[in-house]
Design a protein around this ligand. Structure first.
Ligand SMILES: [Zn+2]
Length: 273
């Protein structure tokens, strides 16, 4: 869907200059790492104030981890910083605990701060990044980079597609599942609790594609739920088995699919939440 929000840039390095790459993070934990990266953005004058951005990132992180697995995290915040978007990348040799879906330590952090006036930009950026970072060969190159310059050069290979594939949405299943949970909780909540839940839901809505949200809302209205889990190969929205290829693709992934039978969003079974 082309609209005014569609960004014209198509390469990740248009947002990432060499000085926005930290080859060796000193941080010993997640918060220290986020601070260290935000300090770079302050120094480069991409953001003025570290504190509100940090708070926003931590709030978002608490909702659903931004660690997409395989040693990579994409922490982010939607804050008006005066510029459209600010990106900074950090590499941690020892690895940091980010509560990743696969339990692995994070060695590469791509931090993104974007302006609320251009909501489409983050989707565009996230979809492009996820599509590249999901490829084992590309990750291997990233983790083997011997210097800041080399790491930057490799990240510059990332192209941002204007139209992400519609058959699956990469690394957003946890987020959509959480949104559904919040919407269901909202129905039974009292006024003040409802307000708090709405705030959290909005935080999630801010970073999901508008077409995805439209469909989500329509399904919620019609069926009372929009996202179904895959259990023993069957969609729990309609109890029909999905194709074998689709089953193996969904299981163990954090990607969103659409059930070919009932049209609901289909995600891997969430064991912990
Ligand atoms: Zn179904």
């Amino acid at each position: 869907m082309e609209n005014a929000e569609t960004p014209k840039h198509s390469r990740f390095c248009e947002y990432l200059k060499l000085e926005q790459v930290v080859y060796n993070l000193k941080a010993n934990d997640k918060i220290q790492a986020l601070e260290e990266l935000l300090d770079v953005l302050v120094r480069l004058k991409h953001i003025k104030n570290k504190k509100p951005v940090l708070t926003r990132i931590i709030d978002r992180e608490r909702l659903v981890t931004t660690a997409i697995g395989h040693g990579i995290a994409l922490p982010h915040a939607r804050v008006d910083t005066g510029c459209n978007i600010a990106v900074v990348v950090g590499r941690s040799e020892k690895g940091l605990d980010f509560d990743a879906v696969d339990g692995k330590k994070v060695h590469l952090i791509i931090l993104i701060v974007w302006n609320p006036s251009i909501p489409g930009l983050f989707n565009h950026l996230f979809a492009g990044l996820a599509q590249f970072l999901i490829k084992p060969g590309f990750r291997e190159k990233v983790f083997k980079a011997k210097s800041r310059k080399e790491l930057h050069k490799i990240l510059c290979e990332i192209e941002l597609t204007l139209f992400p594939p519609t058959d699956k949405i990469i690394s957003r299943a946890g987020l959509l599942w959480k949104l559904q949970k919040l919407e269901i909780q909202k129905r039974k909540a009292n006024k003040s609790k409802k307000k708090e839940l709405q705030k959290q839901a909005n935080l999630i809505r801010d970073e999901l594609d508008s077409a995805l949200l439209d469909r989500f809302d329509k399904l919620m209205e019609r069926y009372g739920f929009a996202v179904a889990e895959l259990e023993d190969g069957a969609c729990q929205g309609c109890f029909i088995n999905v194709a074998t290829g689709m089953r193996s693709a969904i299981e163990g992934s954090d990607d969103i699919y659409v059930c070919e039978n009932c049209g609901k969003y289909l995600v891997a079974k969430k064991t912990s939440k």
